[in-house]
Ligand binder design. Structure first.
Ligand code: ADP
Ligand code: MG
Length: 399
């Protein structure tokens, strides 16, 4: 789960991390009121969307030469003007895709006198089973570009979770950022605070770009992106409360209500599978046969009629879907019960695209009989290869 910049900053501030003062706003009036509470005379009006690259982004509704989603305002009047330009409009950045994202929230924050911009991020590194801190002197720009053209300017410091954050990690961060004296000490301290926040909040990614050195010699977090391991959200109700569903794919939200693991993809074959491994194998074999999956969907172990119906509805909402492949292994669940669920669900949603079903496991013959006698044009398949070939042939007939 992702949160907005202002929410992430408020969380980080609780761990002692230095951030510029700022207030979120949903309307132009709130933006003006927020600016009045800040010291001034420089303010920054920042579009809050779950995507980076806002500064260099473009608003669809504004002229091509208009500025993007991070604007420096020199007066309250400018804050008002920029808020009017941004709210309700669609910001397109390198991370939003062409459709862009509508700006519904702003963050009005103190304008900082920047001496230098740095980069610091943290991810869980699965290979080393550690938290990896990635730091660079090249802040404020696209880190992928830095990694590509000047990889020597990026340092990675890994932290053993059993050992925790040690002073030498802090020194390594200060050294990598080429900081000396008090700024070097501040770098070590802020790195430790960020690490503590990362671990305590069960983050899976935390990116500070830029971390800035101010002209008066302080290190501040100017921009941050934070995402959380959704498997641990149950123990962070305060974080869960920050969820902004307007930023998420509606189909994925609907799926999560039914405890379905659904991820939308770009292909035309809808997939309904039980088990994540089988779901991935199913997507692979569709690709092997020359078409692309429209989604990843794991209905889980207890695929009830209700769940299967919800899954069909979610798959069919995607206009790109030209056919559905159901691939279910009846282990704990028996194939006849699954077949009943599929038939009931297909009737309820008035299935309008070809449906290929591959069942395997307990009571498989009863299951196949139920499908065959359902009166529905369900195409039965014997194994995974057969199923993939059949659904690919079906969607090509429609196309
Ligand atoms: P994004 O990465 O989405 O473009 P940032 O918050 O990183 O958004 O803003 C882009 C740039 O705008 C920063 O690299 C920084 O130079 C400048 N900026 C952002 N916030 C402030 C601020 N509070 N004061 C001064 N400059 C800022
Ligand atoms: Mg940034």
């Amino acid at each position: 789960m992702n949160v907005h910049e202002y929410q992430a900053k408020e969380l980080l501030a609780k761990f002692g991390v230095g951030i510029p003062a700022g207030i979120a706003a949903l309307t132009v009036e709130e933006a003006v009121a927020a600016a009045k509470q800040l010291p001034g005379p420089l303010y920054v009006v920042k579009a809050q969307i779950h995507a980076g690259g806002r500064g260099k982004g473009k608003f669809k509704e504004l002229p091509a030469d208009a500025k993007g989603g991070v604007r420096l305002a020199k007066s309250i009047e400018e804050v008002e003007a920029f808020a009017k330009e941004m709210l309700g409009n669609t910001l397109v950045t390198v991370q939003t895709g062409e459709a862009g994202k509508q700006v519904n929230r702003l963050y009005i924050t103190d304008g900082v006198d920047i001496a230098k911009e740095y980069y610091l991020s943290m991810v869980v590194d699965r290979a080393s089973s550690r938290v990896a801190m990635i730091v660079s002197t090249e802040g404020g720009m696209d880190i992928e570009e830095v990694a590509h053209s000047t990889p020597e300017k990026i340092a990675t410091i890994t932290i053993d979770p059993a050992e925790g954050f040690m002073p030498h990690h802090g020194r390594a961060v200060g050294y990598a950022l080429k900081l000396t004296g008090d700024l070097n000490k501040q770098a070590g301290k802020i790195a430790e605070q960020l690490y503590n926040a990362f671990v305590a909040l069960d983050c899976d990614m935390l990116e500070i770009n830029p971390l800035v050195e101010t002209k008066d010699g302080n290190l501040l977090v100017l921009d941050t992106k934070m995402s959380f391991d959704s498997n641990s959200l149950y123990r962070h109700p305060d974080v869960m409360a920050l969820r902004d569903e307007t930023e998420e794919d509606p189909a994925e939200i609907e799926a999560s209500k039914y405890d379905l693991a659904y991820i939308k993809l770009d292909g035309n074959i809808g997939c309904m599978v039980n088990g994540a491994g089988l779901a991935m194998a199913t997507m692979d074999i569709i690709k092997l046969n020359g078409e692309f999956p429209a989604n990843f969907l794991d209905v889980g172990g207890g695929a009830t009629t209700e769940k299967v119906t919800a899954a069909f509805k979610i798959i069919l909402k995607d206009p790109a879907v030209k056919g559905i492949l159901v691939n279910i292994f009846g282990g704990i669940m028996k194939c006849d019960i699954i077949a009943d669920g599929i038939v009931a669900a297909a009737k309820e949603v008035n299935l309008s695209v070809p449906l290929v079903v591959r069942l395997e496991g307990t009571n498989v013959q009863q299951g196949k009989d139920i499908l065959a006698n359902s009166g529905l044009p369900i195409v039965p398949a014997n194994d995974l290869g057969d199923a993939a070939r059949k659904i690919v042939a079906e969607v090509r007939k429609v196309a």
